[in-house]
Design a protein around this ligand. Structure first.
Ligand SMILES: Cc1ncc(COP(=O)(O)O)c(C=O)c1O
Length: 365
């Protein structure tokens, strides 16, 4: 096969971080001193934490003290700290399926059972609110919402978040809100932060945040959690000992990103919106595949069950015959075999070539 490989399997943006973020990192690295040594006893993390407080007030609608912000080397580390803070082996967590595979792997590693509420295509990948309460058991300690969701793009509505929040209050559950795609919402959909809806929710909500997608900084490894008072001491202990912290000079880079004008982010949203409007209908138009326009994040999520192949077989065959890489859907939840995920993290000409190859692949089956 002589075709060049097209990788559409990783949620890694195809552009670089904004220039002002690079400049802040270079400048502080060159300055050295406290910027290139252990940061924890200096005021450097505070520069970052203060920027997060302003940012979250602006985009999440909640004002936190800067002490609530715990920086981590990417939101994967942040997620580990957050999950470990509330959950012990044998505990249970309420979650929505499909969801980001990293949630499953950390929870499996911690020995936490996942009680899954389905996000079904028939319901536009939104939850059935009656089903949520049924999934809570005496062992359930927390609920996790990925909003907007990877891979379905679901942007949870205020009504849904209130239903989840009320159950969390009634059953004394922690709430995890993975909001790393909060800027990527389209059409009339609106991101609402769970913590902004009530003091009671905010008191028990840990926000998981990242620079990876918003500022195309996947390799920089910069993320954080915002932790309410009742979990703060434990979370700080775990973050300090068991999870990697960011390099000290990246605190300045992160602050530069959050204090910027967000024109960069607006442009990214426009680019993903254009890609989504092209790619999803193009997949849907192929005989045997169904793909809906997603509400948020940047993933196309399509159903290939009519081919009779499982997700892995479909993706392996596509890679072998067309040199085109997609992510098999079964890794996003135990009930997702036959589904396929495509991060729209390549420019339009490559997406168009991807569609041409997918069409040919389906015709030749
Ligand atoms: C929902 C969600 N949370 C967290 C992460 C982890 O991102 P990172 O560790 O790069 O911040 C990802 C990555 O794809 C994701 O999709």
């Amino acid at each position: 096969m002589s075709k060049e490989k097209i990788v559409l399997s990783v949620g890694d943006p195809d552009v670089e971080a904004p220039d002002y973020v690079y400049e802040a990192a270079y400048e502080k690295m060159k300055e050295g001193g406290e910027w290139t040594h252990y940061g924890f006893q200096t005021d450097k993390p505070k520069v970052f934490r203060d920027a997060v407080v302003d940012y979250y007030k602006r985009f999440g609608g909640v004002t936190y003290p800067d002490s609530a912000v715990i920086p981590c080397a990417g939101s994967s580390a942040a997620l580990y700290v957050a999950l470990r803070t509330i959950l012990d082996p044998g505990d249970e967590i309420l979650m929505f399926e499909p969801t980001y595979r990293g949630h499953f792997s950390i929870l499996n590693g911690l020995g936490v059972k996942q009680n899954l509420v389905q996000l079904e295509r028939e319901n536009a990948y939104h939850p059935d609110l009656d089903e949520i309460a049924e999934k809570i058991t005496p062992k359930t300690k927390a609920v996790l919402v990925c909003n907007p969701n990877n891979p379905t793009g679901t942007v949870f509505t205020e009504k849904e978040l209130r239903a989840i929040g009320d159950l969390a209050v009634d059953h004394d559950l922690g709430i995890y809100s993975d909001e790393i795609y909060l800027h990527f919402v389209y059409d009339d959909n609106k991101f609402v932060s769970t913590a902004s809806l009530s003091e009671e929710y905010a008191k028990r909500t840990i926000n998981i945040m990242s620079f990876s997608k918003t500022f195309s900084m996947t390799g920089w490894r910069l993320g954080y959690i915002i932790v309410p008072e009742m979990y703060a001491a434990k979370a700080k202990g775990i973050a300090g000992m068991a999870a990697p912290r960011p390099p000290t000079f990246l605190y300045a880079a992160g602050a530069a990103a959050l204090n910027g004008d967000f024109k960069y982010v607006d442009e990214r949203v426009k680019a993903y919106d254009e890609r989504r409007k092209y790619f999803c209908p193009a997949v849907d138009a192929i005989d045997g595949l169904t793909c809906d326009l997603f509400e948020g994040s940047f993933y196309a999520w399509f159903d290939a069950k009519s081919t009779g192949m499982g997700s892995q077989e479909f993706c392996d065959k596509l890679a072998k015959e067309e040199n085109l890489m997609f992510s098999p859907g079964h890794t996003f939840g135990p009930g997702q075999d036959g589904m396929v995920r495509v991060p729209l993290c390549q420019p339009m000409p490559l997406l168009k070539e991807g569609i041409a190859r997918l069409e040919r692949f389906m015709k030749n089956l």
